[in-house]
Design a protein around this ligand. Sequence first.
Ligand SMILES: O=C(O)CCC(=O)C(=O)O
Length: 321
Amino acid sequence: MTADREKNCEKKVKIAELKLNKILNKIDAINLNNYFISNLNIPGSNSKIKCLTLCVGLKKYFTLALIVVSIIGYWWIYSGALITGCFVKLPEQSKSLFRSPEDCSMCINVNDVTRLANISAEEFEDLYAYNTKPVIVTDATKDWEALEKFNFNFFADFYRNTKMGRKINDCFYFAYKSGLNSLSEVFSMDEMRANLSGDPWYVGWSTCYEEETKTLRKYYNRPYFLPRTAESDMVDWIFMGGPGQGAHMHVDSVRHVSWQAQVRGRKRWQLAPPPECLYACVPLAFTVHSGEILVVDTNRWYHKTNVLPGDISITIGAEYD
Ligand SMILES: O=C(O)CCC(=O)C(=O)O
């Protein structure tokens, strides 16, 4: 009886070993690279082997494709980051979602905009240059040629004939609701629209080449009231367009406070405190007339503009530190 049992047991162990071997063989067959190499030259390989060979081949291509895609993806993200300084470009509107909360002392007791004239750079520095109360200086563009020369055709000629290395569509550009997607589209507009008789439009752009900024700056000066030590980058902003148009309510994430000279036309500004200060502060609204310069921290005040009826609106602006 015991001998029988032992035999039975041995049989079962053998069967188990056989099954295990079968499984191990299968696993070995799934060791695809070995399988591919060992079966590649077998004449008359059956269809299963062919299929496995094909799968292995595909697997190799897949691995290769994955490597190529990873390299291209890495290069794309990295080179983008080198050019723009960031890895992910956020849509303009989403930037305000990620700003840090404001200290509401920036807007408490600010109930209106102050108009100033004949103010020294020292006094301006002490009282206005670096605080958050918006001010308008009314006498700072008196000798600016821009007031006379800047119009749609001036910029159209300037950018069409530019020989200063600026490609017309380089730098920042804002189309707002114009449907004009680049500066070249702006300056290929038909005459009727350019004269504000067709579809309304409003656009903004920055200069970004030293030569371009230098050439434009021949038509306007550094505002006389800016602190003597204040410096500006070689980047200016230009906003241009017709009545009823303007920038939507937004907050900027530029580096510094800016001055904005109304070279032509009149523009209504609405400033709103940041949402977290809505109960502590009041919104402001005022008109900037031709020849006046607004100084405002657009990184802290939400702002919206609207060109008033009449002439085309042209604004030149720059940041200062
Ligand atoms: O001048 C305008 O219409 C818009 C200005 C503006 O939005 C800005 O400077 O951030």
